[in-house]
Write a protein that binds this ligand. Structure first.
Ligand SMILES: [Zn+2]
Length: 424
């Protein structure tokens, strides 16, 4: 850290921190929060007229912060602040500018606007770093319009699936047409992919979207990994029968078997650190008050901060389901619907973010991210790191999403320290 400290002193970190303005970040969040297709709420989807307006604002703020800025071929806002000489590899900072339906105004936007604010503070103090800093406001992360997430960050990582260009939205507009109507060239998407080595690291500031930091009484935390996940669809077939005439010892009740499975999911997830397991959907047939359920379909969602832990948990659940089915003489079938690998945050990035938190006199708390983020795509080309900011009640994807001005100020200071001291 000696080199980092020497550089921080040389560039006058105190002046950089003094140039940060939490109120400006909040005002910009409010401004973007008004760009919505929905009356009285916030919905802004990929390649919409509202995205075009948001991009115009964001490009202006990037230029005000001393960056060269443009919209790339997939509709991301890209700003670049050169290092102490032009053309150096970059530290990439970013998050997304699209929203879910009836969203909050901080999910994604806070990360983009905080990154711009930090670069603005470097610019205001005429600070150049031994690397370039790029800020990207990804045009699509949530996947609302085309049902496919991380479109912006996958394009930057060079992993955009070109077959998606033919996919149509709910109005029958293919992504290719929507890109052209937005003034973009779909054939250029393949050329915006970055190479490993051009990006020294990727860091994202994001609201936690969960209750852990609030419960700990901490404004910020270091993310250890973006959890991978599995989703399974299960079906149990027993024997439907008369609720009045079939004795208890002769029943093959599919719902009672499923109920044991639900509790097994909860017990197994609880027994493993940072594993979460959820049965979010269940349907019993025939679904009559006086009939023993003969068939039950339910879902299982399992997430964990490492792939090994997730596979162990999923295997334990499947073994337990099989044992329950055998004991209760019902048929069980399982199919895997979805699997995403864990995107681990690099140890070195975690250490540098933790160092910046510690420098602000705040206890360092590490936590995994249960939600997906753009880092899941960027991890293919660069080490990733994330700084979580406390949000009220852990509520997100909801208009009542809220943060405090003090927490914004604190997270800006931490993020600026991290950027100014960054060493790859
Ligand atoms: Zn987000």
């Amino acid at each position: 850290m000696a080199g980092t400290i020497a550089r921080a002193m040389a560039i006058g970190i105190a002046a950089v921190l003094a140039a940060l303005d939490a109120q400006r970040v909040l005002a910009h969040c409010d401004a973007l929060g008004r760009l919505s297709e929905m009356e009285g709420g916030l919905t802004r989807v990929f390649l919409s007229p509202q995205q075009r307006e948001a991009n115009t604002h964001v490009l202006g703020w990037m230029r005000d912060a001393g960056m060269d800025a443009h919209v790339d071929a997939i509709g991301n806002c890209v700003g670049r602040y050169e290092g102490d000489r032009p053309g150096l590899p970059c530290l990439m900072l970013g998050s997304h500018l699209d929203t879910v339906r009836d969203a909050g105004k901080y999910d994604g936007m806070l990360g983009v606007l905080s990154a711009i604010e930090c670069v603005g503070a470097l610019h205001a103090t005429k600070t150049r770093l031994p690397f370039a800093v790029e800020v990207i406001g990804f045009g699509d992360e949530e996947g609302v319009r085309y049902g496919s997430t991380l479109l912006g960050s996958r394009a930057v990582a060079g992993t955009f699936d070109a077959t998606l260009l033919d996919k149509a939205d709910a109005d029958g507009i293919a992504m290719r047409e929507a890109l052209v109507a937005f003034g973009l060239d779909p054939s250029a998407i393949a050329r915006i992919g970055r190479k490993r080595g051009d990006v020294l690291g990727y860091a994202e500031l994001h609201i936690e979207q969960g209750p852990v930091l609030e419960a700990k009484g901490l404004p910020v935390g270091v993310v250890t990994a973006i959890n991978g996940g599995n989703r399974f669809a299960l079906e149990i077939v027993g024997m439907a029968g008369h609720a009045g005439t079939v004795p208890m010892n002769l029943r093959q009740d599919a719902l009672a078997a499923a109920a044991e499975c639900v509790l097994a999911v909860e017990r197994i997830a609880r027994s493993m650190p940072d594993v979460v397991g959820t049965v979010g959907r269940i349907a019993a047939q025939p679904g009559a008050m006086n009939v023993i359920p003969g068939k039950v379909a339910f879902s299982v969602d399992v997430r964990a901060p490492t792939d090994a832990l997730r596979r162990t948990a999923a295997a334990a659940m499947r073994d337990e389901f099989a044992a329950i089915a055998q004991r209760r003489r019902v048929e069980l079938s399982t199919s895997l619907l979805w699997e995403a690998r864990t995107a681990p945050c690099a140890d070195d990035m975690q250490r540098q973010i933790a160092h910046a938190i510690d420098a602000e006199g705040i206890a360092v708390h590490r936590l995994p991210s249960g939600a997906g983020h753009d880092g899941m795509a960027i991890v293919d080309i660069a080490p990733i790191g994330m700084l979580f900011v406390r949000c009220k009640g852990g509520i997100s994807h909801n208009p009542s999403e809220a943060i405090t001005r003090d927490d914004v100020a604190t997270s800006l200071r931490v993020f600026a320290r991290f950027i100014a001291g960054f060493a790859s």
